[in-house]
Write a protein that binds this ligand. Structure first.
Ligand code: GDP
Length: 534
């Protein structure tokens, strides 16, 4: 029997926890599903299109997601492949929910950046890339939809460098980029892998693999493809970056893979190389120094809270990312923020729409804890150390604001409760206009669609109809300064003064110009753009 320390070391070394980031429609749902298919977690992949038509996606939970056919919140999927235990942190595809994605990235050890080969780097890819860059995690690139005519791969590499400022190293190279995708060339093994047509990607594809020097491939590919490949490999070896694992680990160099999630071409080679290179759960910064994942004491932090995931149960789930030690069902841990010892009785793990009770879990794993209302995003749980606190999770600044009231003033209580719970999930930020009654709340959100979600959830989960009056503000700034009466500040007429839940004064601005006005004419205050950390 291995002892606890050995078990934890073994489990840590087989864990890979990552998120896929992409612009909507690049194929994230499809790729996630194909990774599950290769991991044997699902038997047949349904085409995403038909699933969307049925308004179900593997990881969709909420009714609104089904209605709109988009993912609103992130879910976590765990599966195994070749003895690796893989946790995919799924994130919402729609850009209006990107704040949820930002927070989820805090729980990931690496990211897969998915790019549509015909479209290249898109707006949402850029935003999400920068959040990963900020965290310094390794970023792997999968260029998808190579079954269709794509941009020239060299051009894509240049685009990644120019737009995102990161150098790239192609791990494999596509053969046939004009809608005649045949396979990939594996650079480290100097091998060609040609894929068979298969059944439209419903099940795994078979392939023919061999040395690039094997004349059989010249025949199989035809002169045009074979010669082009040989020229391109030569060019890559001469002019491209060197493979540098250190740079990959620090997020300075991104390994690129080419493939097609839909037809499965290139999915398995990507998965295998990725698992080989991606980091295992590492040290995490905390108030008492870096926490070693292999330490035998459990630690973790809450990065996401989701209320009412199951409408029939009215429950609230806090997602815990385990950072060290071993979790066992029913164990007691110290909740650092409330200074209380708590028992983790009924933790759940997620596999698509199923939930199972977790008996044990290890660093890198994500578990859902039933939350009686004690957890907040950023909270630390720790076995036996009441001083340990993980670094906070950044709040992302709201860019959309609206005045929200309950249509029926008799429902004020439910309205307030609903708003409070949803803001604790982090999806909305609440403010109160000063000198005005509590009913007229100002809500800030990172994405405009959050207001629709708010309206829907308040109606169906709390029985409250609301009125939403959109406001033209784009920026919130916290006022820092001693004994400041915000009413006496020199501000443009369009600036609104509000306070946050902690009664800190906040200014809402319509544009950068009004921010500069406030800064230049009120020298005794400074304005900060977010509350940065919980
Ligand atoms: P998401 O919004 O990023 O989750 O994208 P989806 O996985 O839903 O894919 C968006 C669309 O692109 C769907 O119609 C998919 O069938 C299609 N798609 C995904 N992967 C591929 C691919 O490799 N090739 C082609 N031709 N289409 C793809």
């Amino acid at each position: 029997m291995p002892d606890l320390k050995e078990t934890i070391c073994n489990e840590v070394s087989r864990r890979k926890t990552f998120a896929i980031i992409s612009h909507p429609d690049a194929g994230k749902t499809t790729l996630t599903e194909k990774l599950l298919l290769y991991g044997g977690a699902i038997r047949l992949a349904g085409s995403v299109k038909s699933r969307k038509a049925n308004k179900h996606a593997v990881s969709d939970w909420m009714e609104i997601e089904k209605q709109r056919g988009i993912s609103v919140t992130s879910s976590v999927l765990q599966f195994t492949y070749n003895d690796y235990c893989i946790n995919i942190l799924d994130t919402p595809g729609h850009q209006d929910f990107s704040e949820d994605t930002y927070r989820t990235l805090v729980a990931a050890d690496s990211a897969v950046m998915l790019i549509d080969g015909a479209k290249g780097v898109e707006a949402q890819t850029i935003k999400l890339f920068h959040v990963c860059k900020m965290r310094g995690i390794p970023i792997f690139t999968f260029v998808n939809k190579m079954d269709r005519a794509s941009k020239d791969p060299f051009e894509l590499m240049e685009e990644i460098e120019n737009v995102l400022g990161i150098r790239s190293y192609p791990m494999n190279w596509p053969i046939g980029t004009e809608g005649d995708f045949k396979g990939v060339y594996n650079r480290s093994k100097a091998q060609i892998e040609l894929f068979d047509g298969g059944n439209h990607g419903q099940s795994t594809v078979s392939s023919t693999i061999g040395s690039v020097n094997d004349k059989v491939f010249a025949d199989l590919l035809g002169e045009h493809h074979y010669n082009k490949l040989c020229e391109e490999i030569e060019l890559l070896n001469l002019a491209g970056d060197e493979f540098d694992k250190k740079k990959i680990m620090s997020g300075e160099l991104t390994p690129i893979f080419f493939g097609s999630a839909m037809t499965n071409f290139g999915v398995q080679p990507f998965l295998e190389e990725f698992l080989n290179l991606a980091p295992k759960p590492g040290f995490k910064k905390s108030s008492i120094g870096d926490v070693d994942p292999e330490s035998d004491k459990l630690t973790g932090f809450i990065f996401k809270i989701q209320a009412n995931m199951n409408p029939t149960h009215r429950d609230r789930i806090a997602f815990l990312r385990i950072c060290s030690g071993k979790f066992t069902k029913g164990m007691g841990v110290y909740h650092v923020q409330s200074k209380k010892e708590i028992r983790l009785a009924q933790p759940t793990q997620f596999m698509a729409q199923e939930r199972t009770i977790v008996e044990e879990a290890y660093p890198g794993d994500i578990i859902g804890l039933f939350d009686p209302g004690i957890f907040n995003i950023g909270d630390t749980l720790s076995e036996g150390n009441s001083q340990l606190k993980f670094d906070g999770i950044p709040i992302f600044p709201a860019e959309h604001f609206a005045r929200v009231t309950a249509s029926d003033s008799m429902k004020r209580k439910q309205f307030q409760k609903g708003i409070m719970q949803l803001s604790e999930e982090g999806a909305i930020q609440t403010f109160k206009q000063i000198d005005i009654g509590i009913e007229a709340l100002i809500i800030g959100a990172v994405g405009a669609l959050q207001f629709e979600v708010l309206e829907y959830r308040l109606k169906y989960e709390y029985g409250v109809d609301i009125k939403i009056q959109h406001l033209p503000f784009k920026h919130a700034r916290w006022i820092i300064g001693e004994n400041i009466d915000p009413r006496k500040l020199n501000l443009t007429s369009s600036t609104m003064i509000v306070e946050d839940n902690e009664k800190h004064h906040v200014l809402l601005f319509e544009n950068e110009w009004s921010i500069r006005w406030a800064e230049e004419r009120n020298k005794d205050i400074s304005l900060v753009d977010i509350a940065t950390n919980f």
